[in-house]
Write a protein that binds this ligand. Structure first.
Ligand SMILES: Cc1cc2nc3c(=O)[nH]c(=O)nc-3n(C[C@H](O)[C@H](O)[C@H](O)COP(=O)(O)OP(=O)(O)OC[C@H]3O[C@@H](n4cnc5c(N)ncnc54)[C@H](O)[C@@H]3O)c2cc1C
Length: 400
């Protein structure tokens, strides 16, 4: 008879999604090992927008207040076209305990989740540990890993393995799950976080124009993020171009402001053909990627983690058939991804059209969309409160 596995679940990847999943599994009483290949959390801040459904998930772990304390509550977004104000969007009247989008660097999100994870007795976090091989046999998964620069690899077993190892997922590759609906877009961006010497306060500002788009978001510690649309991927980032373009397109001069980070990115979309194979499951960016414009990728991953933690706990505590539970996970979370990714794609398309005609038409469109009463439903749309199956609470209460 095969011996009992070492763990109930092994998670590969300690990004935001893997860390949330680890927290949720530990709280549900599952023995979990989380392996992460890097020694320390990344310093650069990628995702900054956390939406109300994610804060509701954090609330179940008692983490919502800590997040809110460390972030900036963005209650108002202003939309400009060619330096004219086209309208504004207020989140204050959202029917939700968190009537705002929380701006917080991804590095801080990781730190908060990792600190909480270290308090879970049933969860072991091993940094500097990489996945090498996966074998699924009978009732368990055997994983070969290498810790630090150890000469020898070692084997660990679990009932389930979850790949939260990001868009280049080795788990996905090792179990042979293909991507489908793969798309790239002719959209490129230059992004940098500066000390905020502007008068924009805690507001988000979207500046559209015939030259392209600029997005600007407040960050904690008196910082502000700027994202400029560029003609091509400009790597390494050209900061002179960024500063000149921001001055031309927004009127704000960042010359002399302290700069904390800069990066460039292009945009793509994909989803994997299936979210699991037998006892190995994909979650977060390992399963799907969408345009970062619109700030939904990590939030979608958080809702994946919440659903999956519940499914695995139901299997262990009630003996429910895991194949049926994972098929539900695939169905619900794929549907939620599809809506979020399509919204991100449409929003990006609209915001990145260039030229005078596009700018004039967009101004008229925003003016009418953002004027009351049209704009009543828009805050919930941008806060991800109208994504189908956005959380277990929404599914269980039939709000979809
Ligand atoms: C510029 C930009 C801005 C964004 N803004 C937003 C936003 O505002 N809101 C939002 O919701 N989303 C946003 N996103 C998307 C968001 O960053 C991703 O969706 C999110 O990082 C996905 O989290 P994850 O944990 O699934 O994967 P990742 O963050 O990629 O983490 C994967 C982890 O797995 C580890 N790993 C990989 N391979 C192995 C291995 N073999 N063994 C062990 N460990 C491994 C990696 O080191 C990493 O720590 C943005 C993305 C970009 C690029």
């Amino acid at each position: 008879m095969a011996s009992a596995p070492d763990y109930d679940v092994i998670i590969v990847g300690g990004g935001p999604v893997g860390l949330l999943l680890g927290n949720m599994l530990g709280r549900k009483g599952l023995r979990t090992l989380l392996i992460e290949k890097t020694a320390t959390p990344p310093e650069e801040s990628m995702a900054i927008g956390i939406t109300p459904p994610s804060l509701e998930i954090f609330q179940t772990l008692g983490l919502d207040e800590n997040f809110v304390k460390q972030g900036v509550r963005v209650e108002l977004a202003k939309v400009h076209e060619g330096r004219k104000l086209a309208g504004e969007l207020s989140f204050c009247s959202l029917d939700n305990p968190y009537p705002f989008i929380l701006a917080i660097p991804q590095a801080t999100t990781i730190e908060v989740l990792e600190d909480r994870l270290r308090q879970e007795d049933l969860v072991a976090l091993c940094r500097e540990t990489s996945l090498l091989k996966i074998e699924q046999t009978g009732q368990q998964v055997t994983v070969t890993v290498r810790r630090g620069d150890a000469a020898e690899s070692e084997q660990v077993t679990a009932s389930f393995l979850v790949g939260c190892d990001g868009h280049r997922s080795s788990v996905r590759e090792l179990i042979g799950i293909e991507l489908c609906e793969e798309k790239t877009y002719p959209a490129h961006f230059l992004m940098a976080d500066f000390a905020d010497d502007t008068d924009l306060g805690e507001e988000a500002h979207l500046f559209f124009s015939c030259h392209g788009s600029v997005e600007s978001f407040p960050l904690p510690q008196g910082r502000r993020r700027w994202i400029l649309q560029t003609d091509r991927l400009i790597s390494p980032p050209d900061i002179d171009l960024l500063i000149k373009s921001l001055l031309r397109q927004t009127g704000y001069n960042l010359e002399g402001s302290i700069r904390y980070s800069e990066s460039v990115f292009s945009v793509r979309r994909f989803v994997c053909q299936r979210y699991y194979r037998n006892r190995v499951v994909l979650c977060g960016d390992a399963a799907h990627v969408m345009s970062p414009i619109g700030g939904q990728g990590m939030n979608t991953g958080f809702a994946d983690a919440e659903f999956l933690a519940d499914a695995l706990a139901r299997h262990f505590s009630n003996g429910e058939d895991f194949q049926a539970l994972l098929a539900e996970y695939d169905y619900f979370r794929r549907a939620a991804f599809d809506v979020a990714a399509t919204r991100a794609e449409r929003g990006m398309w609209l915001g990145t059209r260039r030229g005078w005609l596009a700018s004039a038409l967009r101004f008229l469109l925003f003016k009418s969309l953002l004027s009351a009463p049209c704009n009543k439903s828009l805050p919930a749309y941008f806060a991800m409160l109208t994504i189908p199956y956005r959380s277990l609470k929404a599914i269980n209460s039939g709000q979809h």
